[in-house]
Design a protein around this ligand. Structure first.
Ligand code: G
Ligand code: G
Ligand code: MN
Length: 534
């Protein structure tokens, strides 16, 4: 059973606790809610006393702060984090940046920054793998002091996070004056009220961080609804029980190995012509247009092979058909509806659009499953373009058309064409069309294959007379046929020796007319004349 230690007991036990590593870090991973990848972790202090069991930071940290011990504890924790990073680097385990907390009391210690920098150098950990968290309460001691510390951290290359943002009333002023790199927003300050006032505050904070182009980590996220809500505000980075409670060093190393990682990027900055703020505001004109005046449209983000649909309009849902709702669409990983072949087409188009910054188009088949209808396939034509980016994260605008019907008809046509091909092969027949108005001839596949004809022969029949398919002594007779067809003769038939080999073929023409009775095109065919004595 854990027993809470008194202030004096803590003070007495402190030196030994540091020495024995009873005071040690646990780690809480930070996850990109859209991709499921790890973007970092926070080291949190724990104190496990041999006799009294686990002591909690909310109890012992104030004691350490009031007795000038926190500085040593914080440096100890920083050193443990450096050791971990060194170990992982040596063992070739991929690492993520780890944040350590800096007490506001550390600010009064002039050498705090130099002290951690000394430790970092001792373990030779690249500075990009370490982050320092300061709290807005650090400003209590005066802005000059904290500004000086911040500048020095930046000078050494540290990433600095503003912890517990939103906990105090001076937040906005502090943020304006302190040039931090990442903001940590604590969901707990909103006491679960994301629908009402809390949501409005969150929305405006996230909005503001977009102007500042500062990434935001939502902390204390416990439910999927909270995470999804933050995502809808454009804030994807989550630290909280929903994904992970703080875990031990060994568990953390396991997670480093198991999970994919990605770097944190600033919030998306939209291309200047679009107004980012209004775009997220459900009552804005931009939203009205998006929802009502364009066809099926979606906004999605793309980063390193992962795609995340952020918004779809009602017409998008309708165009997709499939009985899906907007919620279903936002919930499913959009790439899972593709087979490998179609996925490649889609991803290649995304990559093309990233390079060209222009509209790119593709057609892909997607498979959907629903309770009512089982499995169903649709073919979608997508026009997409990049509308914003931040680092390697891109924001896309996509318009879709459901072209399943056209595609199915085309497939049916291809099917009957196949039947026709097989039949013509069996009957040993060559067939073609002659378009009266343009004097174009379109040969069947056998003509193309056996006689090396192109798909369209212009100025027919001159080219086939020229190449000897129709022998010179039949040329004028054949030209005469074309004339007769133009004049409306419905049917022609003769045996003509074809090719230089003068093989006898029965050549026939049947004329087709338009609705006014004018000659439109003629269907020609040639069948081998089988000799009786064969
Ligand atoms: O770790 P939770 O798990 O309970 O932390 C409670 C409080 O203690 C938080 O406000 C957190 O910022 C603070 N805290 C946790 N770890 C450290 C640390 O290593 N140093 C300092 N100064 N504060 C810490
Ligand atoms: O330094 P900071 O105050 O941000 O420390 C984070 C604190 O939040 C730690 O006490 C940590 O254990 C706690 N914490 C982390 N995730 C959650 C969560 O999802 N819910 C709650 N209630 N606390 C959390
Ligand atoms: Mn913290």
């Amino acid at each position: 059973m854990d027993k809470r230690m008194s202030e004096q007991e803590l003070i007495d036990a402190f030196d030994k606790a540091l020495e024995n590593n009873d005071i040690h870090p646990v780690y809480q991973p930070q996850i990109n809610h859209s991709t499921g990848r790890m973007v970092g972790a926070e080291a949190l202090m724990r104190w496990k006393d041999y006799n009294n069991g686990m002591q909690y930071p909310s109890d012992f940290i104030p004691v350490l702060e009031n007795n000038d011990l926190i500085y040593r504890a914080d440096l100890h924790l920083f050193e443990e984090v450096c050791k971990l990073q060194r170990e992982c680097i040596d063992d070739q385990i991929p690492v993520v940046p780890v944040s350590v907390n800096m007490s506001r009391h550390d600010i009064y210690q002039k050498d705090y920054v130099d002290a951690i920098e000394g430790i970092r150098k001792k373990y030779d950990v690249p500075v990009k793998y370490l982050r320092v968290e300061i709290t807005e309460s650090s400003a209590i001691g005066g802005m000059e002091l904290i500004s000086g510390v911040l500048d020095k951290l930046h000078e050494y290359g540290y990433t600095v996070e503003m912890d517990d943002f939103g906990s105090g009333y001076s937040s906005l002023n502090v943020l304006k004056d302190l040039n931090v790199d990442i903001i940590k927003l604590d969901m707990r300050f909103l006491s679960g009220n994301i629908g009402g006032r809390g949501g409005t505050i969150l929305g405006s904070i996230v909005q503001m961080t977009k102007w500042l182009e500062t990434p935001v980590i939502a902390e204390g996220v416990e439910t999927m609804a909270q995470a999804d809500y933050m995502k809808s505000l454009g804030c994807n980075y989550i630290q909280g029980y929903l994904y992970f409670k703080p875990i031990t060093k060994d568990q953390f190393i396991e997670k480093l190995k198991q999970l994919e990682h990605e770097p944190m990027t600033p919030p998306l900055s939209l291309i200047s012509t679009m107004n980012a703020d209004k775009f997220w505001d459900p009552s804005s004109l931009e939203t009205l247009i998006f929802s009502n005046f364009v066809g099926g449209a979606a906004i999605f983000s793309y980063q390193m092979g992962k795609m995340d649909i952020m918004r779809v309009n009602p017409k998008y849902v309708k165009e997709l058909g499939m009985n899906s709702t907007e919620k279903d669409i936002l919930k499913t990983d959009p790439l899972t509806v593709f087979d490998e072949h179609n996925k490649k087409i889609y991803l290649d188009t995304i990559k093309k659009a990233i390079v060209s910054y222009d509209e790119e188009t593709c057609e892909t088949w997607r498979t959907f499953y629903s309770d009512c209808c089982g499995e169903d396939k649709v073919c979608i034509r997508t026009h997409m373009r990049v509308i914003g980016n931040a680092g390697n994260q891109y924001l896309f605008y996509a318009m879709i058309n459901n072209i399943t019907k056209e595609k199915r008809q085309f497939a049916d046509l291809a099917e009957s064409e196949k039947i026709f091909r097989t039949a013509s092969e069996h009957a040993n027949i060559y067939a073609w069309e002659y378009i009266i108005a343009t004097k174009e001839m379109r040969p069947c596949f056998r003509c193309m294959r056996d006689l090396s004809l192109p798909p369209v022969v212009k100025n027919y029949p001159e080219p086939v007379i020229e190449n000897g398919l129709f022998p010179p002594d039949y040329a004028d007779m054949y030209r005469g046929w074309m004339k007769q067809l133009e004049e409306g003769v419905p049917y022609l038939e003769a045996v003509i020796p074809l090719t230089v080999g003068r093989v006898p073929f029965r050549v026939r023409y049947t004329l087709e007319y338009d609705e006014n009775g004018k000659p439109l095109k003629a269907y020609g065919s040639a069948t081998l004349v089988v000799q009786e004595d064969e």
